[in-house]
Write a protein that binds this ligand. Structure first.
Ligand code: 5RP
Length: 225
């Protein structure tokens, strides 16, 4: 598949997400918006509707900047409380809607916004749908001084951790990408990794997975519930 096709699928799912939520955009409505190339398509389409709703909570500084460029107010999660909707991409999503996220290093804020949202709409092209999570390296955000400790602990769990050099998260932390292990039980692994001292969070979204998957394919967008 060419990357052009993949980009077209990303744009199509972004449009489908907008169609999905348009009726919910109203005064007093604040929505959560994710990070990545698929989320970027969504943000650019959402710009045309900026006067229909109050604003958005962003899962990264990059998305916040893009939202502002589209004339959409960016609000602080602490001042707006629970959100009705969160729209974001994924690096992998399985049949039960558990995901690996964090390819763009925004996993912690993504997980926070997802936790505060009533409905998580995952927008992804068909390459992201997998029978089992783990081919995409699993990102873990770590406190910098704990990086080697966390890496050693993940080796005990059967992973090959790789330090994502030159990357600092929006929270001032570092990323380890865990390679070489399929995840049989995403919820158990999410908890296990978060129990390691020095881990801020990991990119498994199993305890709070997606509620709806809009999946871009060559023949159109599939809506999975
Ligand atoms: C960023 C993420 C993204 O949702 C994920 O990486 C998918 O990105 P893209 O839409 O560019 O494929 O988790 O931290």
């Amino acid at each position: 598949m060419t990357s052009r096709n993949q980009d077209e699928m990303k744009r199509a799912v972004a449009q489908a997400a907008l169609d999905e939520i348009r009726a919910q955009l109203a005064r007093d409505t604040v929505i959560g918006v994710g990070t990545g190339s698929t989320a970027n398509y969504f943000i650019d389409l959402l710009g045309d509707y900026r006067h229909h709703f109050d604003g958005a909570v962003a899962s990264s500084e990059e998305s916040a900047e893009r939202l502002r460029r589209n004339g959409i107010a960016v609000l602080d999660l602490n001042s707006v409380g629970p959100l009705p909707l969160y729209i974001d991409g994924a690096d992998e999503i399985d049949q039960g809607f558990a995901m690996i996220k964090g390819g763009g290093a925004a996993l912690t804020r993504e997980k926070i916004v997802a936790a505060c949202s009533e409905r998580f709409i995952c927008i992804a092209d068909r390459t992201k749908r997998v029978p089992r999570l783990g081919t995409f390296p699993l990102p873990v955000e770590v406190i910098p001084m704990a990086r080697s400790h966390v890496a050693r602990q993940t080796v005990q769990l059967g992973f090959d951790p790789v330090y994502r050099e030159g990357v600092l998260t929006d929270n001032g932390n570092q990323i380890l990408d865990l390679h070489s292990r399929m995840i049989e039980d995403p919820a158990a692994m999410e908890t296990r990794l978060n129990d390691i001292t020095g881990v801020v969070t990991n990119g498994l979204f199993a305890h709070r997975g997606a509620d709806i998957l809009l999946l871009g394919t060559e023949t159109g967008v599939e809506r999975h519930l």
